[in-house]
Each structure stands twice: as C-alpha cells, then as structure tokens.
Unconditional design. Sequence first.
Length: 167
Amino acid sequence: MNISKILGITFFVILLAGGFYLYKQASNLEYPEFVRLENIKFKNVTLPPDLKLTFTSDAVISNPNPYALTISKVEFDVLVDGEKTTHIKQDLEIEMAPEADFSLPLSFEVPIGQKEFFKNFKNMLNGAWKKQSIKIRSIGDITIRQSRVQFDIPFDYDDEYRLEDYL
C-alpha cells in the first residue's frame, strides 16, 4: 500500500469517529430549561418625545448536561398590560457551564404612549403614579447551541411591577 492510501484511510477513520462523536453527543443532549426571570430592575426613563422605561433583568436557565452549551440568541416580545410594546433580539455568544444554573443578563425598553402619560399627569404630580402597577409579560425563545446542534427554548413569563418598588 502506498502512503497516500494509508493517509486517506486514516483521515476517513478520524472523520468518521468525529461524526460519530458529534452524533452521540447530540443524541444525549437534554434540553436546558428556562427557570425564571429575576432581578428585574427599573433602570431609567427616557423623556418625551420617545417616552419609555428601561428595565434590566436576568433570565435564569438550567443546563442539565455534563458539557457546556452556548447561548447564541435571545428573541422575545414584551407585552405591557396585554399589548405588545416592543420586540427584542440579541445575538450572543455566551457559554453556559455544565450541570448548573446560568444567569443571562437582559435589558429591554417599554415604550409608554404619550396620551396615557399626559392623561394621568395629575396623578403623577401627586405621586400616585408610583403606586400604579404595570403588568409585563415576556414571550420568546432562547437559542442554544452545542457543536453543530442548535435548538430553541421557549419561555413565557409575566409579573406585575410597581414603580415605587424600583425607585
């Protein structure tokens, strides 16, 4: 046998073993789970003409796998009091540790309609606006990647927030 045939066969065996390894790893992959949204904090207010509130939070994701996974994208809609207010898409490249919970920092803006804002101007002057609550719901997907295998983890999280809790 000549040397080029031996190298060709060796390369083919290595390629086949690598493909089998990736297949085995992907077939044993357990879906990470979206656990909760935590540490939701009011960050700032952008004044008119584009009135909006900015919030930060952490999405907690549990990785049950014995190897690291990569978060490659987060995409979600933010609904305020039942109405879609914004769509967030963040392309990422963040590694999650194996067999652990991971906190993914997020930031999102909630636009506030000026009509609603000025309609309640009297309440704002009295400080009553701090006691009003905002129902915020986040619905979307977190894209996870392991080698060449990619999948989306859906999440749907809602809660009620009072501005006085964050000021």
